[in-house]
Design a protein around this ligand. Sequence first.
Ligand code: ZN
Length: 177
Amino acid sequence: MNCSACEARLSARIDGDLSLSEAKAVDAHLSTCPACRALAQDLRTVEIQLEGLRGIEPRADFTASVMAAIATLPAPKPAGVRWRWFVAYLAAAWALLIGLTMTRVINWQHAFAAAATELGKVGAAGSTLADVASRSHLTTLAAGAFGMEMFVLAVGAIVLRRYLPRLTGWLAGAQAI
Ligand SMILES: [Zn+2]
């Protein structure tokens, strides 16, 4: 085997990809040729360095730099936001209800008295529940409550739409930067 034939097979020899007879021929040439032996040594060195690259280690500050990059991202909304919206809505509804009661827009005493009277009438007449709905003031009361709820929702929607950025921040408990 001459030098060029040996060089062509050196990489395969190092990788163990040659047949037994070819490997023996290359080894025989290497034992007699210092130039090809030096080349084989260089190839092995490169192979070893490539092996080392596969187990490459991240930079010492890799974790810190990733965490720093994450810290610059906008904070996710806390899970409790929806719950806070619900509490805010309930508080608004109750505040409106109490306000209307105190300003006598709604007279509960009268409403309950009227409802009780009607219930008593219905009970004495032995009417059905359908009669309760059609004859008593309960229907009016229910319609009023429903209308009030819709009103609160509408006002809430308008207010929230206008002040949404600030309110969202407040409800989410976010801190101003
Ligand atoms: Zn040679």
